[in-house]
Design a protein around this ligand. Sequence first.
Ligand code: FAD
Length: 429
Amino acid sequence: MVKYDVAIIGGGILGTSISYWLSSLFDMQVCVIDKESDVGMHASSRNTGVVHSPFYLDPKKKEILAKSAFLSYDLWKALAEKSELPWKMVGTLEVALDEDQHKTLEKYMRWGIYNGIPQNELEILDRNEVIKKEPNVSCHSAVFCKRDAVVNYGMFTKQLKKESEKNGTKFLLNHEVSSIEKGPKINLKNNTNITANLIINCAGGNSLDVAKMFGMAQEYSDLHFRGEYWIAKKEHTNIVKTNVYSVTKFKDFPFLDPHWILRIDGRSEVGPNAVPVPGPETYSGYIGNAETLISKLSEIITGNAKKLLSNPDFISLVSKEWLSSISKTVMIDRIKQFIPKIKASFFSERGTAGIRTPIITPNGEFLPDVMELENEISYHILNYNSPGATGAPVYSAYVVKKLENKGFLDYTHNAKDSIWNFEKIVTQT
Ligand SMILES: Cc1cc2nc3c(=O)[nH]c(=O)nc-3n(C[C@H](O)[C@H](O)[C@H](O)COP(=O)(O)OP(=O)(O)OC[C@H]3O[C@@H](n4cnc5c(N)ncnc54)[C@H](O)[C@@H]3O)c2cc1C
């Protein structure tokens, strides 16, 4: 059985970033185990690609995600410059459709400043100022955040893998973790196994299942919501030249309403919605495979998520999201509220869907922030949702510092040349 100092389960943007920090700071054997043929094949590539400025994140309820997103901005920019990866400043308009939503924008301005966004990069615009900036956007008012950029996070993850490999990290691709035994012994689906002094669970949509393999988080459950996109035909790509989000209607649920987004490759898209699906990889269809569907249904009927079924707001959200999945017109009508010129006929091709997997607490509520769990041999990161791609460099540094403080990383320090400055980051967080 091959032994590592640290084994990371999951080569998404989070697991790969953690491997980068560990391998650049310590003399240690690190491996990243992923079931796919490359890193970043799931949420880390299947997302909107926005480097978010956290003006819309409650600094109390989403403290970690907000701090990480704000501070990671400069790190991603530095990586893009050094590695010649595309980076496009597009800015974001967050629109309010009425006076009530305008109050939310005023709150966003306060949160944005509290979360560190410089005042000159965040402004509130009235209806006419918005029209002057974007003639096809119609709203009551908007927050404009100038610094928002778009990138390809899949490419960023692959670049970090290269940097981590230079420091000696082994990426064990096409290796699926199937169970954990005492020892600890990580059993893989190909009948081989691995051991490590510390196992870090960064398995994204499967992270709750992996935690349960360790006998942890038994009282939690999860739900999977597919975010779908439609791509604008070439001749309609430029009807709006900035990202446009709207104030979300269901504030207690962890999704933003579908938006107008610019992609790094020059396309424009609308999306994502949030359609409930049975599995973390049900990228098309609604029922996945029979086994996944049955197990998810019985989990919902008997578990914490059952309580959500009696919440009228949740039922209303789900019905709306289903309709916008089945009907392109319903999806585009959601955007029509602030881009009146838009028509379903402007879109003929679906974009790449991605799946978000929020964790449901024992009380039947969506967990608002990231959750970390540990025992003597393992550390688990659950509910690492949007804007998780934006925040990955800083959040992962923060996790490594925490692991060191807790005594999990008793190895010789051997700081190698790094694209990012670890000490500077962890003293800021
Ligand atoms: C539709 C959508 C839009 C989003 N938009 C944005 C955005 O614009 N900006 C932003 O900042 N964030 C966005 N996010 C959030 C962001 O993409 C995620 O927070 C982030 O990618 C999570 O990274 P991860 O590494 O935790 O998960 P993942 O990328 O899903 O990685 C988990 C990895 O674990 C592997 N794995 C799972 N189980 C096993 C197993 N048993 N054995 C071995 N390997 C396993 C998987 O193969 C996968 O590679 C969006 C997400 C979605 C879904």
